[in-house]
Structures are given as C-alpha cells and as structure tokens.
Design a protein around this ligand. Structure first.
Ligand SMILES: [Zn+2]
Ligand SMILES: [Zn+2]
Length: 269
C-alpha cells in the first residue's frame, strides 16, 4: 500500500495521534498519508471537531508535513459532513460524507449505533429503509452539487448495521434501481468515489462501501475509485488493502486513483 487518505486521529474519534499514525505509515512503507478529521457539525455530539480543535488539528498536520517532508508526503484533508457549514480554509482535499438524515430541523445519525438507526427508521420512516435510502441518495447528489468534494465518502454507509438488523434486502430490484441511478449520476458528473474498508475493519460489514454488487455496476459505468481504510486505529491503516486491489482487478477495473507523493494520480491495475 502506498497511501491512505481517509484517516482519523485523536483530534476527532480516532484512537491514535497524527504523529503515531505517521510512524505507522512509515513502518508500513507508505509514501503518502492524508488526514481527514471530521468537520465541525453544530448538532453533532458524536465525532466532529470543534472550531478550536480544527485550528489545532490544522497546525499539527502542517507541522508534521514539514517535519517528515523528506520521508513521507502528508496531506491535510477533512471529512466534510453535508450538514456542517463549509469553511473557506485551504484543505488539500475534502471527502464529502452524509452521516445524518434530516427531518424538519432534527438530525439523526446513520452510523453511530444499530439502535439509533432503528429508532430513526421507526420514527421517521415507518420502519422502512427504502424511503430513507431514497432521501439519502438525493442528499448525496445534492452534496456533490453544493460542496464539490474531491471524493464521495462511503456511498452506502446505511448498510453498516444490516448484517445485524437485516433491514435492507440488497437484492430488491427497487433498491438496486435507486442506488444504480444515483451512482450513474455521480459518475457522469465526474465524482471520485471511495472504496471504504472501515465497516469491514471494525467488524460491521463483510463487504466494502460500496458493496461488491455496486462495484460491479461501477465498473460497467467506468467509475473512478480510490481505496481507503477510513482508519480509526493505527493497525488498521492498511486493512484489507491488497485484497481490495485484487478485487478491483477481478472486477475488471483498468485503473484506480491513489494519493501519490505529489497528489492524486491514476494508476493502472
Ligand atoms: Zn464518515
Ligand atoms: Zn471517516
């Protein structure tokens, strides 16, 4: 693995300091490492950085950039939630993610716990997942138009607790039509999608986001993909990376995007 661009540290909900993560990246022979702290989201008491912490986070990553410049390229990114205010700070890149659903002026998290998701489905969607996925998809499309993120984060994040709760039949034709239409629009608008291994690393899912079925569809659509581990613990920095490269090769992707020493680049598979 040469790099990872979806990395959380102790500045948000990660377990390790940025410097410990840089050391791990060096130990693993990586040439680039991108940090992606959670953006400040006023109603989010779960994971977001406060504005004061954002300032400290930026200073620390810029410091590490200088200190380690001759050994590894470090990038200062952010995982920008759709529902957090866009700042005018200079980030090396933004990952755009939808972590919440919105009902009137209330927000409810998709990925904090199975119980929270179930409660949202029951109170806002009559226990049904498809209406939620429909809204989620339109929120992702809206995010692309308003935020213009460099990368679309974990496309089908709502699958996170499905192995446990079985609220979604992924073979349902209505579901497949809905998400394929959405993915097709994203690809045609030039979006770069991540293949996110965070759900697998933490034992929630047995497939990446997006699922293998959706990756197969994305191959037909000639989508541009970048593999990330959505790392919250240093040992997971390269979790399942090589297996996922093989998966993309088997699915017939001719190339993928990686973060190289000087930024994003396309590499053949
Ligand atoms: Zn996320
Ligand atoms: Zn993340």
């Amino acid at each position: 693995m040469i790099s990872n661009i979806h990395t959380h540290s102790t500045f948000c909900d990660g377990h390790d300091t940025p410097e410990a993560l840089v050391q791990t990246a060096l130990d693993k022979g990586m040439i680039a490492l991108g940090f992606s702290g959670h953006s400040y989201t006023p109603f989010d008491s779960y994971t977001g950085m406060t504005p004061e912490i954002v300032t400290l986070y930026r200073a620390e990553i810029r410091r590490l950039q200088r200190v380690y410049a001759d050994r590894i390229s470090i990038f200062l990114g952010i995982e920008q939630d759709l529902d957090s205010d866009l700042d005018d700070l200079d980030w090396d890149y933004r990952i755009g993610s939808v972590h919440f659903m919105k009902h009137g002026s209330s927000y409810s998290p998709i990925d904090i716990s199975a119980a929270k998701l179930q409660e949202m489905l029951d109170t806002w969607y009559d226990g049904q997942i498809l209406p939620m996925v429909e809204e989620y998809c339109s929120r992702v499309l809206g995010m692309l138009d308003t935020m213009h993120p460099d990368i679309i984060g974990h496309f089908d994040l709502y699958r996170k607790f499905n192995d446990k709760l079985h609220y979604l039949d992924e073979t349902d034709a209505r579901y497949q039509d809905l998400v394929r239409d959405t993915l097709q629009t994203l690809v045609r608008k030039g979006a770069l999608l991540e293949v996110n291994l965070g759900g697998m690393a933490n034992g929630y899912t047995h497939e990446p986001y997006p699922s293998v079925t959706l990756l197969r569809f994305l191959q037909q659509e000639k989508a541009r993909l970048i593999i990330t581990t959505d790392c919250h613990r240093a040992p997971h920095l390269d979790y399942h990376y090589h297996e996922t490269v093989k998966l993309l090769q088997q699915l017939g992707f001719p190339s993928m995007v990686v973060m190289g020493r000087n930024g994003f680049e396309e590499v053949p598979l």
